[in-house]
Write a protein that binds this ligand. Structure first.
Ligand code: AMP
Length: 212
């Protein structure tokens, strides 16, 4: 299955992508994670992306399209994939179509802005493996330590309140039009992502016709 997860930052795309990934044994492709890795490794692409990411803006389409072309050409994407956080603009969605990438379903995770702000301010991510936690909704077993790999948990720089507001604005202006883009193509599935992680997963599997 080739899936896209749409939704505002903090809607739960990364969390649900991990769950679907384990269940369907297909890789999750997160352009955000790829860009953060590039920044950590000090690559040229990372350096180019940094100022956009830190200010809550989108990284230019040509950078993202390059990343996605390279990543989807790898062998592990041959039997399906989940795109988490990409496409984020109509130009990126059109580029996927031009590349001939077939998409089966596009899941829109709907969450109100107020809930997003609460979620992102409590989000912590592992500095080593990228696993996501939340101080109250999904705490790690020991404070500030990743359950998976023992790495240190940190708050993302772009999860600061003023950057969160900017990212939400960017989402409504540039990414939300993709809901209609994929609805018009008959691919859209809407999932309410407002409640618990388990409730969102249940709806998601039901709507995708996947046994839990
Ligand atoms: P994320 O982890 O998906 O929230 O992405 C973090 C940041 O990386 C975003 O706020 C953007 O600055 C950048 N980014 C990630 N994916 C994309 C994309 N598909 N298009 C443009 N910018 C992106």
């Amino acid at each position: 299955m080739n899936l896209i997860l749409l939704g505002a930052p903090g809607a739960g795309k990364g969390t649900q992508a991990e769950i679907i990934c384990d269940r369907l044994r297909i890789p999750a492709v997160s352009t955000g994670n790829i860009l953060r890795e590039a920044m950590k490794n000090g690559t040229e692409m990372g350096a180019r992306a940094k100022s956009f990411i830190d200010s809550g803006a989108l990284v230019p389409d040509d950078v993202i399209i390059g990343i996605i072309k390279e990543r989807l050409a790898q062998d592990d994407c041959k039997n399906g994939f989940i795109l988490d956080g990409v496409p984020r603009t109509v130009a990126q969605a059109e580029a996927l179509e031009e590349m001939g990438v077939q998409i089966d379903r596009v899941v829109d995770l709907e969450v109100l802005d107020d809930v997003i702000i609460q979620r992102l301010s409590g989000r912590r991510v592992c500095s080593a493996c990228g696993t996501s936690y939340h101080t109250t909704a999904k705490p790690s077993a020991s404070p500030d330590v990743c359950d998976r790999c023992g790495g240190a948990l940190i708050a993302r720089k772009d999860d600061e309140p003023s950057t969160i507001r900017e990212r939400l604005k960017v989402y409504h202006e540039q990414t939300e039009p993709l809901v209609e883009f994929y609805r018009a193509r008959g691919k859209l599935v809407v999932v309410k992502g407002q409640e618990t992680v388990a409730d969102t997963t249940r709806q998601l599997f039901e709507k995708l016709g996947v046994e839990p």
